[in-house]
Design a protein around this ligand. Structure first.
Ligand code: C2O
Ligand code: CU
Length: 471
């Protein structure tokens, strides 16, 4: 990890321009709110300084030339129109992770659309039913394209937002870099694919290693966290602070302190936190990621400006978000279809596994990613539109899997047989080795929807399936 940030940034940290310190955060492209015209977005090769001073730029693939891509911001009830141009040397699509979009706008090659060829264009358009923190990324050759930097935040603002002093976004990226800060090769290597996936060696916040994030005593911050890594799981400890979780995967949840004080985020997952900056002017507090035993490291440090506190006691204002208009599962009439996760190193590998896979299976079926391109995968599960479905994900492997369902946020009903404390809505549920999670959702819209592990190296070596909703 590089030891320093550029001097210019350090200078800023001591200056009184600190809280204009939003200046330290990435420039964001704000979609003009309520405007009827399309936002244009392109993907293509670019260079970016990820690792910091003293390290050369890294050749990446980026949306609009930036890592991460522009923050797309709309308001609930608006229609998003995104005119996409593919400047990559290969085909791609964009998937709007967690958003309830029509099937044809979901970005899955095959069921939703043909892949957008190199040099091609595609217009995405969908109404924004839900407010929250979402993100976008390719759904073609994802392990390679996401690891090259093709990720961005998609924020849908509430019509009546909660009161905070600042709304911050940390899109967490994980890169496997060489000493020269080039992207290391070996994408999809069986050593990654059969184990925990491509875990990197350089963790970025909004596209750069950041040793400090400026804050002011007394302010209330809404922090939107997005795990955009291929495979890394985070468990964030905000030392000296008491964050409250107000949304998970974009969906409001009863505000609560994270279990054991750690905000756990599997690949694909998001969390919105409210943090009151209760330190004193001039203090600093580490944010530590301790997910992997014996590999804890300092993600960044909350650095308090010298300014007098913004207020003497924490802001006295409600932090609960209004629920999104999701259809409530009707458990009494639910159909039940379980999904058993199998495979991986030390596990039951699918029959006929070759040196490149498949290594994983869902209910004994291994679907390799490329089979979703050009023609449809056979559905693993079929359900009628409007039906409530209950599914237990049963992880029979020795590995972590963030299981993601397209199309329909689901409620988490139970974990390992015990009722879930918050019955939270999610689009991605993280399963530890040998864990079980039971979810419920209403199959709202007809079509073929993907169900897959969001460790992209697992997805691409067998851990994906289609859920078909028939009209
Ligand atoms: Cu974010 Cu199918 O994935
Ligand atoms: Cu997995």
């Amino acid at each position: 990890m590089p030891p320093f940030l550029p001097l210019t940034r350090r200078d800023l940290l001591t200056g009184s321009a600190l809280l204009a310190g939003a200046a330290l955060l990435p420039r964001v492209a704000r979609a003009a709110v309520g405007e009827g015209t399309a936002v244009s977005l392109s993907a293509g090769p670019a260079r970016a300084n990820l690792a910091g001073t003293g390290f050369p730029d890294t050749a990446v693939w980026a949306y609009d030339g930036r890592i991460p891509g522009p923050e797309l911001r709309f308001r609930q009830g608006d229609t998003a129109r995104i005119a996409f141009a593919n400047g990559l040397p290969e085909a791609t699509t964009i998937h709007w992770h967690g958003l309830r979009v029509p099937n044809a706008m979901d970005g899955v090659p095959g069921p939703s659309q043909p892949p957008v060829p190199a040099g091609g264009r595609f217009d995405y358009e969908f109404p924004l039913k839900d407010a929250g923190t979402f993100w976008y990324h390719p759904h073609v050759n994802s392990g390679v394209q996401v690891a090259h930097g093709l990720t961005g935040a998609f924020i849908v603002e509430e019509r009546e937002p909660i009161r905070v002093d600042r709304d911050l976004l940390w899109l967490l990226g994980d890169w496997r870099l060489t000493r020269e800060a080039e992207l290391a090769g070996g994408f999809g290597h069986p050593m990654d694919a059969t184990h925990a996936g491509r875990i990197g060696n350089t963790v970025t916040i909004n596209g750069a290693v950041r040793d400090s994030v400026p804050v002011r005593a007394g302010e209330r911050v809404r922090l939107r966290l997005i795990n955009a890594a291929n495979a890394r799981v985070f468990a964030l400890d905000f030392q000296g602070h008491a964050p409250r979780v107000i949304a998970l995967d974009g969906q409001p949840v009863t505000p609560h302190a994270p279990a054991d004080g750690k905000v756990v985020l599997g690949p694909g997952q998001r969390a919105d936190l409210v943090i009151d900056m209760e330190g004193r002017p001039g203090e600093g507090f580490d944010v530590v990621d301790g997910f992997y035993p014996r590999m804890a490291y300092r993600l960044t440090r909350l650095t308090y400006s010298a300014e007098a506190p913004l207020r003497d006691s924490p802001l006295d204002a409600p932090i609960a978000l209004a629920a999104n208009p999701l259809p409530e599962p009707e458990l009494a009439g639910a159909v039940r279809q379980d999904v058993v996760l199998d495979g991986g190193m030390h596990g039951a590998m699918p029959k006929g596994a070759g040196p490149r896979g498949p290594f994983w299976a869902l209910n004994g079926v291994a679907a390799m990613n490329h089979q979703s391109m050009g023609h449809h995968l056979e559905p693993l599960i079929t359900v009628k539109r409007g039906q409530t479905q209950v599914t237990a994900f049963v992880n029979e492997t020795g590995w972590w899997h963030p299981m993601h369902l397209h199309g329909f946020p689901f409620r988490v009903l139970s974990r390992n047989g015990r009722p879930a404390e918050h019955r939270e809505w999610r689009d991605t549920v993280l399963l530890g080795p040998r864990e079980t999670a039971e979810i419920a959702f209403v199959a709202e819209e007809a079509g073929d929807w993907m169900l897959h592990c969001h460790v992209l190296e697992h997805q691409e070596t067998g851990m994906m399936a289609v859920l078909r909703v028939t009209a």
